[in-house]
Design a protein around this ligand. Structure first.
Ligand code: HMG
Ligand code: MG
Length: 321
């Protein structure tokens, strides 16, 4: 470029200070592969294969694993064996095993198999909530309160999900105030954290920033987590945006599997391998061993009969110097 050209005149002397200084040193990953990853698969996995998968995920260092869902077996047949999966797993030292629980009936099943961590789930848009759990948002919050009360009586901990936190497959764009109302109610009733779901994988970083900017005026950022589906390839960019805004808990699914049967158009979650690769490269601790994580995910391709969406799993480690 010739000296004195326009490009020369507007070129900054150097980049602005890197924004990475504000990122957390450690990120807690909530592994949702055995639940979100498998709930939408057409080939059901045998109980033994699910148990082996979860044990390998734990061996890779994942300390919070969502292992299934106590929902209606006829609505989500892939999760019908959650009771058996939890019983067969028993306690894994240092690992919090959890499952989705929509109502009292689900909580009775969770309690019967001794689960200490459960997750209630609702959404910020009415149509999705009705299609997914056959309730209005208000009715779902009342069902969630029943679960929280039963959990408190049993010494169990409750996480909350707010699906369609940015986009609804039926209603389109969802406003931050609708999310704030539902997330606030879940936290007030006793959920220890609320995970914000980009259910159909449509959010972009500026939308993530706008929602978190709205929420942190009223709730502690430490009580929020993010749950991005990667349908349109924005999940990692959204994670980075969330980390910049103070979030330190991120959901992901081994292999990049996932999708909700009641969210048409949704594809897999952010792949745990892709997340760990990015965070490792940024010196952000996760406690997860990427090689062992890949060993946990890889057998799923043959069991499910298709390739897994994780980009890292396909590409592997870059060449050594
Ligand atoms: P319902 O039909 O409204 O329930 O289902 P009901 O209370 O009217 O009961 C009807 C029958 O279901 C009864 O049996 C109940 O006993 C039975 P009957 O007397 O007719 O023989 N029943 C149950 N059975 C087993 N376990 C239960 C249970 N509850 C009732 N817990 C319900 C309401 C919510 C249960 C139903 O709509 C359902 O199971 N929906 C499936 C929802 C689901 O699993 N969706 C996918 C997970 S959410 C997700 O993926 C999003 C997320 O990843 C975040 C994101 O990405 O945004 C979390
Ligand atoms: Mg999901």
């Amino acid at each position: 470029m010739p000296a004195g050209s326009v490009a020369e005149a507007t070129r900054p002397a150097r980049l602005r200070p890197a924004p990475f200084a504000g990122l957390p040193r450690r990120v807690r990953i909530v592994e949702v592969g055995p639940r979100d990853g498998l709930q939408n698969e057409s080939t059901p996995l045998a109980v033994g294969d699910k148990v082996a998968f979860i044990v390998r995920l734990a061996a890779a260092g994942l300390a919070a694993i969502e292992v299934g869902a106590f929902v209606r077996p006829d609505r989500v047949p892939q999760m019908a064996d959650t009771d058996e999966v939890v019983r067969r797993l028993g306690a894994l030292p240092g690992v919090a095993l959890s499952a989705l629980v929509p109502n009292r009936a689900g909580m009775a099943r969770a309690t019967a198999c001794g689960l200490r961590d459960v997750a209630v789930f609702t959404a910020a848009s009415e149509t999705f909530t009705r299609r997914n759990i056959n309730m209005s948002i208000d009715a779902s919050l009342s069902a969630a309160r029943d679960v929280v009360d039963l959990a408190a009586a049993n010494g169990a901990r409750v996480r909350g999900y707010v699906s369609t936190a940015w986009w609804c497959p039926y209603e389109g764009r969802v406003g931050p105030d609708a999310v704030r109302r539902v997330a606030g109610r879940l936290l007030e009733m006793g959920c220890r954290e609320v995970s914000l779901g980009d259910t159909i994988g449509a959010a972009t970083p500026h939308e993530v920033w706008a929602l978190l900017d709205r929420l942190v005026r009223d709730v502690q950022v430490g009580s929020l987590a993010v749950h991005f589906h990667d349908t349109r390839g924005t999940a990692l960019a959204n994670v980075l945006t969330a980390l910049w805004s103070g979030i330190t808990t991120v959901d992901a699914a081994a292999g990049g599997l996932g999708g909700c049967p009641y969210a048409p158009g949704a594809s897999g979650n952010l792949a745990t391998e892709d997340l760990v690769y990015m965070l490792d490269g940024m010196d952000i601790e996760t406690g997860v061993d990427l090689t062992r994580l890949c060993e946990a995910s890889r057998p799923l391709a043959a069991l499910l009969g298709h390739a897994l969406p994780s980009r890292y799993l396909a590409a592997g480690r870059p060449p050594a110097p």
